[in-house]
Design a binder for this molecule. Structure first.
Ligand code: UDP
Length: 425
C-alpha cells in the first residue's frame, strides 16, 4: 500500500469557541449521514506547501466527525517530479509543454502508484496534478472520485491541459479556489468553488501573547523595541522579495528605525530556490536591519507565528498567487496586512477595509508608512480582517464544504446546505 501519513488527533469540540454555533451544528448534521464512510486523500508530499498544511488538520477533523479518513502519498523520483513540475508550471501558463518522454514517465509513475492502492473507499480525493492519472486504473470503481486543484488554471498551456483532460473528465467532481481558476475547457466534471483555510489551533496559528512573540523574535537578533515588517514566503520571483526590499528602503527614509524580516522555507533539493535566496541576500547588500531567515535557521511553525504576531505590518507582495495562506495567517493574527492585488489575495483583502492591496513597491511602502504613522487606525482595519477570516477561511468551514459535497455526491439531503458550482460538462 502507499505510504500512510500519521496525522495525529484533533477534536472538533476545541473549535467551538472559534466557529459559530450554527456552523458547528451544520457540521454535525452533515456528518451524521456520513458515519463510517471511507475517505482517502491522495497527494504528492507530506512536507511543505499549502496542501500538506491543510491535510494535517482536515484529515483528523474528518475522523473526529465520524468518517474513516486517511491520507496517503505517492512515490516519485527525480524524473517524475521534473515532469510534474513542468505540468504545474504549464497549467499556470508557462509555454513549455511535456516531452513525449515526460508524458510516458508521468503515466508510468501514476500507474505504478495506482497498483499499490486498494479500491475500497467511498471517496477518493486526489490533490493537484501529480497523482491525477490514478483514476485511470479504476474504470469501474464504486468510489466517488474528486480532483482537488490548488492552482490557477485560468490561462493553461493547452497541450498540457489536453493531455490531462481525458483523465480529469472521469472524476465525479473537481474543486477550485476561485471561479476564475476554472479553465474554459469542455470535458471537465462539475466544478465546485471553495477557498482553502487555515487551522487556527496549530502552533503556527494558535494564540501567542505579544510577550512570547517578542521573546522568540528577539532570539533571532530582532530589536523588539523597533518596528518590524515581515514577509513569510518561499524564495520565489512570484513572491517578489526584492520588491519588498525596495519598499522597505523607501519606508526607512521616513522611519530610519524600521527593520525587515524575510522568512522563507528552503528545500535542500530546490536549486532554483537557492539561486533566488542568494539573489535576495545579495540585494539586501548587508543591511544589518534586514533579516533573511529560513528553516535552516530553525524557523518552524511557532517561529513563523511569532514573526507574524510581532510585526507592525505583514507583507505579501506577490505578483502571482494561488490563494496566499500567509495573508490569511497575517489577518488572523490581527496584523495590518499589505499584499499584492493578485489571485486569491483579492478574495481575502478588501482594500481600505480589511487591509491594503498594492500594485507596486512604491504603493507597498506608502501602505507601510501609513501603518507606522497611525497604528490605531491600522488596527481597526486589522480587526475587521480577522473577523473576515474567522467567517470565511478557518478549518471548520472547509470541513463543512467537504461534507456538503460528499452528501451531494451520494444524493443525500443536505438540508439546504449549498456549494458554489460552476457547471456540468
Ligand atoms: N511557510 C512556512 N515557513 C516559511 C515559508 C512559508 O511555514 O519559511 C508557510 C506559510 O506560513 C504558509 C505556507 O507555507 O502556511 C505557504 O502558503 P502560501 O499559500 O502563502 O504560498 P505557497 O508557498 O503555497 O505558494
Amino acid at each position: 500500500m502507499l505510504q500512510l501519513i500519521n496525522v495525529g488527533n484533533k477534536s472538533l469540540l476545541d473549535y467551538g469557541t472559534i466557529a459559530s454555533r450554527g456552523l458547528m451544528e451544520e457540521i454535525r448534521r452533515l456528518a451524521a449521514q456520513l458515519e463510517g464512510k471511507r475517505v482517502l486523500h491522495l497527494s504528492a508530499t507530506a512536507f511543505g506547501g499549502g496542501v500538506a498544511e491543510i491535510l494535517y488538520a482536515l484529515v483528523p477533523l474528518m475522523r473526529d466527525a465520524g468518517l474513516d479518513a486517511e491520507w496517503r502519498i505517492i512515490r516519485g523520483a527525480d524524473e517524475f517530479f521534473a515532469a510534474t513540475k513542468t505540468i504545474h508550471n504549464a497549467l499556470q501558463g508557462s509555454p513549455q509543454g511535456l516531452t513525449p518522454d515526460q508524458e510516458q514517465v508521468y503515466r508510468r509513475f501514476n500507474e505504478e502508484n495506482a497498483q499499490d492502492l486498494e479500491d475500497d473507499y467511498d471517496f477518493v480525493i486526489v490533490h493537484d496534478p501529480q497523482p491525477a492519472f490514478t483514476i485511470e486504473r479504476f474504470p469501474s470503481s464504486p468510489a466517488r472520485w474528486i480532483w482537488r486543484c490548488h492552482i490557477d488554471l485560468s490561462t493553461p498551456n493547452q497541450s498540457v491541459l489536453d493531455f490531462l483532460l481525458p483523465a480529469l473528465g472521469r472524476y465525479d467532481a473537481a474543486i477550485f479556489h476561485m471561479n476564475e481558476y476554472v479553465p474554459a475547457a469542455a470535458g471537465l466534471p462539475p466544478s465546485y468553488i471553495w477557498p482553502p483555510a487555515i487551522d487556527p489551533l496549530t502552533p503556527k496559528n494558535m494564540a501567542l501573547s505579544a510577550e512570547d512573540a517578542a521573546y522568540i523574535v528577539d532570539q533571532f537578533g530582532i530589536d523588539v523595541e523597533r518596528p518590524l515588517l515581515t514577509q513569510v514566503s518561499r524564495f520565489d520571483p512570484w513572491k517578489d522579495p526584492l520588491g519588498v526590499i525596495d519598499a522597505y528602503r523607501e519606508v526607512k527614509e521616513r522611519f530610519p528605525e524600521v527593520q525587515l524580516a524575510l522568512v522563507g522555507s528552503m528545500a535542500h533539493d530546490d536549486p532554483e530556490g537557492w539561486d533566488y535566496y542568494n539573489q535576495t541576500v545579495g540585494y539586501a547588500q548587508g543591511d544589518p536591519d534586514i533579516y533573511i531567515l529560513s528553516n535552516l535557521n530553525n524557523i518552524g511553525g511557532v517561529e513563523v507565528n511569532a514573526f507574524q504576531v510581532h510585526s507592525h505590518a505583514v507583507i505579501q507582495k506577490s505578483i502571482k498567487e494561488g490563494f496566499g495562506l500567509t495573508v490569511t495567517e497575517g489577518l488572523w493574527k490581527t496584523r495590518p496586512t499589505v499584499a499584492g492585488r493578485v489571485g486569491g489575495i483579492v478574495r481575502q483583502i478588501q482594500d481600505g477595509e480589511t487591509g491594503w492591496l498594492v500594485d507596486s513597491s512604491a504603493q507597498c511602502a506608502d501602505a507601510c508608512i501609513e501603518i507606522l504613522r497611525d497604528p490605531s487606525e491600522a488596527r481597526l482595519r486589522a480587526l475587521k480582517g480577522k473577523e473576515y477570516v474567522r467567517r470565511n477561511f478557518l478549518m471548520p468551514r472547509l470541513l463543512r464544504d467537504w461534507l456538503v459535497l460528499f452528501n451531494t455526491l451520494l444524493g443525500n439531503d443536505t438540508a439546504g446546505a449549498e456549494l458554489a458550482v460552476v457547471g456540468a460538462a
